[in-house]
Design a protein around this ligand. Structure first.
Ligand code: BTX
Length: 327
């Protein structure tokens, strides 16, 4: 409800301090009895709240769910994630985001679910998205840009994800061009950027992010055992999904604004600092064929440059990359 939204906003701003019942009532424009009812509602959702006479209320612990309330409590963004579409179980957040984008939802709308029954990757691949153990979300942006610039948003999102994992979890992930985030060589996150566009103009960019957070190694199906990992596996303990989500949204907003002001240059610099494929011998499998050579960098558009053994430079827009030696 809108009141609950405002209430969580008030608690977010108080930063763990008590907020008096009267202050909440004034802020929300309701009675103290109504405040109390909303507090009870939050408790039922798993929030641990402390109530002290003459001091008021404070939140001790927010539950690790990814419903609207948990994401909103503590979120420091202007737009991103300020409109949330949550569903416990969904076919694909990406698919839902496409519908919402088409229906003109506000920019920054977040679509998120506890589980996806047909999560998807690039082309026709599937994305394993079991209940409660990961972050399965899609974000809608509406930059006023030509469609050719959309692939840069995959790289921008990758930087946001890496920094969120560094800051919230103390991990040091790396980026494998174009859309994989790896820890110790295994995939922890995949990013899928899709578009609704006219020939010269983007209507919506839909950034899908799938992150394995609290999955245990044995939770992965056979075919993913060797290639996938999770935040909890790498960190050795369970991590709050909502705090990672909030940090991703904050970083995405920051870099989105930076991009719109300064272009791709600063993002490219950050991205290169996290990229593992650059400078390595790689095999790139594209729809039209396979190219082997040394990855020498990305262009200002985010396109990968590979130098083959004859010295010829190829520009690759989309591919699966295998890094020679270790992949
Ligand atoms: P991709 O095509 O680069 O990678 C897909 C491949 O990754 C699969 O073929 C499989 O080998 C492997 N894979 C599948 N599930 C997992 C997993 N949980 N962890 C590690 N590896 C896996 C990557 O595509 C982009 C994925 C985006 C997923 C998000 S989730 C929210 C949004 N909604 C949706 O349907 N997709 C996006």
């Amino acid at each position: 409800s809108p009141i609950r939204k405002k209430m969580l906003q008030a608690f977010s701003e108080s930063d763990g301090e008590f907020v008096s019942g009267q202050a909440l009532a004034d802020f929300l424009g309701c009675t103290r009895t109504a405040v109390w009812k909303h507090i009870e509602e939050l408790r039922r959702e798993g929030f641990e709240l402390e109530a002290v006479r003459r001091k008021g209320y404070r939140i001790l612990h927010a539950p690790d769910k990814v419903t609207e309330n948990e994401i909103r409590y503590g979120l420091n963004t202007k737009n991103l994630g300020q409109t949330i579409y949550y569903q416990e179980s969904i076919d694909s957040t990406q698919k839902k985001a496409h519908q919402l984008a088409y229906d003109n939802c506000p920019e920054g709308t977040l679509v998120i679910a506890e589980e996806q029954t047909s999560g998807r990757g690039r082309m026709t691949r599937s994305w394993h998205s079991p209940k409660y153990s990961g972050i399965w979300m899609s974000i809608i942006l509406r930059p006023n840009l030509p469609p050719q610039q959309a692939p840069q948003f995959t790289l921008l999102a990758a930087v946001a994800v890496v920094q969120a994992l560094e800051e919230v979890c103390g991990l040091n992930p790396e980026i494998k061009w174009p859309n994989d985030i790896l820890i110790n060589g295994k995939k922890v996150t995949g990013i899928l950027t899709e578009l609704q566009a006219e020939s010269d103009k983007i209507n919506s960019i839909i950034i899908g992010i799938g992150m394995n957070v609290n999955s245990k190694q044995e939770d992965f199906p056979e075919e993913l055992q060797k290639i996938a990992t999770s935040v909890a596996i790498e960190k050795g303990k369970i991590v709050s999904r909502s705090s990672i989500i909030q940090k991703i949204l904050e970083k995405l907003e920051l870099y989105y604004h930076l991009y719109m002001e300064k272009g791709f240059g600063p993002i490219k610099l950050l991205w290169e600092g996290y990229a593992i494929s650059i400078g390595r011998e790689i095999i790139a499998r594209t729809i039209t064929g396979t190219i082997e050579g040394k990855a020498i960098g990305i262009t200002n558009d985010g396109v990968l440059k590979i130098e083959d053994s004859s010295g010829r430079i190829h520009e690759i827009y989309s591919a699966d990359i295998e890094i020679q030696g270790n992949s």
